[in-house]
Design a protein around this ligand. Structure first.
Ligand code: SAM
Ligand code: SF4
Length: 339
């Protein structure tokens, strides 16, 4: 029977890419309305019964860990609006094989959740920060809350938790501020990463600033970027890091548009309603809820995941997406997928 083979098999796709990183969206709800991610009226909410429970999420993650997943990142929507997230962090931290449990958050609720998350064993946090100006924050996200985010960054860094800042450079809102945002890594022991805007969903309406241009501007302000050796240059994910003199943290660039990293992609995604997505760009995936709620044994779920992962698309095609609508592209907003 096919399920016999799964016991010691690790996830690998047909191109030989080993899958070790799982991003889990725990909710499609969000307390912000970032214009490039979510429409102002919000998105149609997943009915509560369709959301995977924390137990169901934990079970799928455990199955993926058996298949070789070593890192799990919780995202959303805004993961901190999901009740009892710290319980899930604690459970997943205890799963054999899982080495890191991470979180990507907009930071608005982080201060109040941080002590419980630290107790639960969180390994690191990425905090999204696109502006240091209250008025730009309000215009971009439709809400107040920049003060909370900045406080959370300070507290997270002070707690010793590995803290990274994610910033999406964009002509329409933060073009004048990029040097100042990078300078957070002067004062604090945090890495600041600039992520190229992807033309997905609402992102198509705006103009991202390419990595090359951001780097040039930072070098004009802070002097030449210094290359980093070995594992400090490349994160576990797609970021390329450099150092600037006098900075405590590194500066990273994630460049899905100008430097595709699909050949090294090691990740898959699980949506809040239980779809295993093989590539951010494409709709293709495996619905796991029918297995989970239909009484399937772990071996059967393992077999289905291994089969699905083999068909992971070779690369995203955002360039074509910009010219014409790509067949099979995921039309959902980033808030529904988890970034
Ligand atoms: N709400 C959390 C947050 O904002 O960090 C987690 C979910 S959010 C979808 C994850 C990341 O995706 C954020 O850093 C956000 O800036 C980024 N993002 C959203 N839409 C994007 C797009 N079109 N291109 C690039 N990054 C995007
Ligand atoms: Fe903004 Fe994250 Fe919410 Fe999207 S999910 S609207 S990026 S805070």
């Amino acid at each position: 029977m096919q399920d016999e083979r799964v016991k010691n098999e690790k996830m690998r796709d047909d191109l030989g890419r080993r899958i070790e990183y799982l991003r889990v969206s725990v909710t499609d709800k969000c307390n912000l309305r970032c214009q490039y991610c979510m429409p102002p009226e919000g998105v149609e909410q997943i009915p509560h019964r369709e959301l995977l429970t924390l137990e169901e999420l934990s079970r799928i993650i455990a199955v993926c860990a058996e298949l070789g997943v070593r890192r799990v990142r919780f995202t959303g929507g805004e993961p901190l609006v999901r009740k009892n997230l710290e319980k899930l962090v604690e459970e997943v931290s205890a799963i054999q094989g899982v080495e890191e449990v991470l979180l990507t958050t907009n930071g608005v609720l982080l201060s109040q959740c941080l002590p419980a998350l630290l107790r639960a064993g969180l390994s690191g946090v990425n905090i999204s920060l696109d502006t240091l100006k209250e008025s730009v924050f309000r215009g971009l996200t439709g809400r107040d809350g920049l003060g909370n985010v900045l406080r959370a960054i300070e507290e997270s860094a002070a707690s010793g938790l590995r803290t990274k800042i994610n910033c999406v450079p964009c002509r329409e809102w933060n073009e004048p501020e990029l040097e100042e945002i990078a300078a957070l890594a002067v004062r604090l022991p945090v890495d600041v990463r600039f992520i190229e805007l992807m033309p997905m969903g609402c992102g198509k309406r705006f103009h991202g600033i390419p990595t090359g241009e951001v780097l040039e501007r930072l070098e004009a302000e802070y002097g030449p970027a210094q290359p980093l050796p070995g594992e400090h240059k490349r994160g576990y994910g797609p970021a390329d890091y450099v150092a600037f003199e006098g900075f405590r943290g590194r500066i990273g660039f994630i460049s899905p548009m100008s430097h595709k990293f699909c050949g090294e992609c090691n990740r898959i995604r699980l949506t809040a309603e239980g779809r295993l997505k093989l590539c951010l760009h494409y709709d293709r995936g495996l619905e796991l809820k029918p297995f989970i709620r239909g009484g399937a044994a772990d071996e059967e779920i393992c077999g289905a995941i291994l089969d699905a992962v083999r068909q992971k698309p070779g690369e995203h095609d955002f360039e074509r997406e910009l010219r014409e609508h790509t067949k099979g592209a995921d039309e959902r907003r980033m808030v529904q997928i988890g970034g």
